[in-house]
Design a protein around this ligand. Structure first.
Ligand SMILES: [Zn+2]
Length: 120
């Protein structure tokens, strides 16, 4: 899995906390960021049904992060996430836009998230 440089959550380059996530040794600035990251990955997997995630892109800060999860086939899943003080997922909002499941229109749509919006 490709993750942001530095700490996989906040991109800090200071700190020295390593943890294995998804079979990959990853750098985090601190234990809380590692907990956040693992909770986030678990949330994405359960919502998308993806077996693995190819890349994680993160923008924003502790007040809220905009994340794009990419699968190896190019499918993208975008969401907003905010963590609680113990690293738990406090808020998770999938972003419904055109980039979501970008390659999913080829007949292999695998969308386990509830699509409640109306079709345009
Ligand atoms: Zn961090």
């Amino acid at each position: 899995m490709k993750v942001p440089e530095g700490c996989a959550i906040c991109e800090s380059t200071w700190g020295n906390y390593w943890e294995e996530v998804e079979g990959q040794r990853m750098f985090f600035c601190c234990e809380i960021c590692a907990v956040q990251f693992k909770n986030m990955i678990a949330e994405v997997k359960s919502r998308t049904g993806w077996q693995s995630i190819g890349e994680i892109k993160i923008r924003g800060d502790y007040r809220g992060r905009e994340v794009t999860a990419l699968r190896d086939d190019g499918s993208a899943y975008k969401f907003l996430i905010r963590f609680g003080s113990k690293g738990e997922v406090q808020k998770f909002s999938p972003m419904k836009d055109r980039q979501e499941f970008v390659n999913a229109d080829l007949g292999t749509r695998k969308d386990n998230s509830a699509r409640t919006g109306t079709k345009n």
